[in-house]
Design a protein around this ligand. Structure first.
Ligand SMILES: C[S@@+](CC[C@H](N)C(=O)[O-])C[C@H]1O[C@@H](n2cnc3c(N)ncnc32)[C@H](O)[C@@H]1O
Length: 218
């Protein structure tokens, strides 16, 4: 998923890139290359930013809220990535309008966000590298005993199992948060068009449970 987003951004040969909701800087660490002059990561979380700063010393980090006006000039970026953060904002349309304001003409926007009714079990299957058919993993989050059993079967060592356990718990909390926004493809496409972007591509990623949308500022 991140590799795909990185590929799209590199391909656009940008001068200034923003990772909005950068978390611990996984995307920026992969993007960090001498030929992108300006790389900026923003997130509201102090803890996430502290970890990102350690990982990406050459990147400029800004603590800011995606729910308010972003602390950047108009047309400041020619590429913006927002990976698994748009679902958590109060009003995605407002956040997308802000992305449009700080995007230069023709800027590339890459959004990764979970699909409406996505299945956490299939994401877990991908994380565990299981070769069992999808049917075994579908709707797994609703049956904790079965979830544990399949994870134990797929993951041989205890350390990996415990790491995966925390990923599973976070994913469960995200998918059951009623305030979060999970879009259908047409909804996401419309929201981008409304904000002033033209959609270049909309495809599936992350075990086919997330959208990967590529758009251009019109
Ligand atoms: C699931 S993490 C994804 C992090 C990173 N993009 C990645 O893919 O590894 C979501 C990130 O969005 C940030 N976030 C959520 N709501 C936010 C908001 N309203 N303003 C700024 N950052 C926000 C969280 O702090 C968190 O770091």
């Amino acid at each position: 998923m991140l590799a795909e987003a990185v590929g799209v951004i590199w391909h656009s040969q940008p001068n200034a890139v923003l990772d909005a909701g950068c978390g611990t800087g996984n995307l920026l660490a992969r993007l960090a290359a001498p030929y992108i002059p300006k790389l900026v990561g923003m997130d509201s979380s102090t803890e996430m930013l502290a970890r990102a700063e350690k990982k990406c010393p050459a990147v400029q980090f800004v603590q800011a809220e995606l729910n308010t006006q972003l602390p950047f000039e108009e047309s400041a970026f020619d590429a913006i990535a927002c990976v698994n953060a748009l679902y958590a904002v109060d009003d995605p349309n407002k956040t997308l309008a802000e992305f449009a304001r700080i995007s230069a003409h023709d800027a590339t926007l890459v959004i990764v966000t979970p699909k409406q009714n996505y299945d956490n079990g299939l994401i877990l299957k991908a994380h565990c590298g299981s070769t069992k058919p999808d049917e075994y993993w579908r709707n797994l989050h609703s049956d904790l005993a079965r979830e544990e059993l399949l994870m134990r079967e797929a993951l041989q060592d205890e350390v990996t199992f415990q790491k995966m356990r925390s990923v599973v718990d976070v994913n469960r909390r995200i998918s059951t948060n009623m305030r979060f926004h999970f879009f259908t493809g047409p909804e996401l496409r419309n929201a981008l068009q409304l904000a002033g972007f033209s959609v270049i591509d909309l495809r599936e990623t992350y075990a086919r449970q997330s959208h990967l949308l590529i758009a251009r500022r019109t």
